[in-house]
Design a binder for this molecule. Structure first.
Ligand code: SAH
Length: 219
């Protein structure tokens, strides 16, 4: 169960977390502020409450994890979000990253492959007053009906950049996606430079749960 009280103690812990994110190279003030405004302990089961502001990933059910705060901060910073932009997130999970994107004033669309997580996260984000559009479905396909997107953020490890996602990116738009098979990936930035061309930049190794093909994994 989540507890919806955000105390001075929680705020203090978040302030400390922001300090360590700064030391780790996160410098976008809007991103840091959005993370400060987002009570991460709402997104974790009570077993992890006292560790909510440690820079760690945790189990969130269905064999999935909430990304560590540094990873959320880095991906969001790389995205260079601008208020009002349309963003597609792949892997809603706990909803923590979704919430940070909403806090930044973005128009958020997010897809989750695990029914259990979709069912849990939908009411939580509503209760927090956010209005992202959440979908239960396959992130490899994106959301054509709402395309094109200014930004696409993939929060699971993809074996490659899915064709449908590239096609749903605006010209001039950007996708941040961890690419790699197995346990490790490379944080990759892909910019659509024209209708038919894409630029690519790599931002070092990272580790995400895999982006599942076709079927949801039981867990
Ligand atoms: N952004 C999340 C991170 C969750 S981990 C958070 O802040 O908590 C990655 C998530 O991607 C998991 O919830 C997993 O179920 C989901 N996922 C895996 N493959 C997927 C796919 N093909 N389409 C959509 N979501 C997927």
């Amino acid at each position: 169960m989540n507890t919806f009280t955000d105390t001075y103690k929680h705020k203090g812990l978040r302030k400390k977390l922001i300090g360590s994110l700064r030391e780790m190279g996160i410098h976008n003030e809007e991103v840091l502020n959005a993370i400060f405004q987002t009570p991460r302990h709402f997104f974790l089961s009570s077993a992890f409450l006292e560790f909510a502001y440690d820079n760690k990933a945790f189990q969130i059910g269905a064999g999935q994890t909430i990304s560590m705060p540094y990873t959320v901060a880095l991906q969001t910073q790389l995205l260079e979000p601008v208020k009002g932009e349309k963003v597609l997130e792949i892997g809603t999970g706990s909803g923590f990253q979704t919430s940070v994107l909403c806090e930044l004033g973005l128009k958020v669309f997010s897809i989750e492959r695990q029914r259990e997580l979709y069912d849990k996260t939908l009411p939580l984000l509503k209760a927090l007053g956010h209005r992202p559009q959440l979908f239960y479905g396959d992130g490899y396909k994106g959301k054509k009906a709402y395309a094109p997107f200014d930004k696409i953020l993939v929060t699971c490890g993809a074996p490659y950049a899915p064709q449908d996602l590239l096609a749903q990116l605006k010209v001039g738009g950007k996708m941040i996606i961890p690419i790699g098979e197995g346990d490790g990936q490379i944080m990759t930035e892909i910019v659509r430079t024209s209708e038919n061309t894409f630029g690519k930049k790599e931002h070092g190794p990272c580790a995400f749960v895999p982006m599942l093909q076709n079927r949801a994994r039981k867990g």
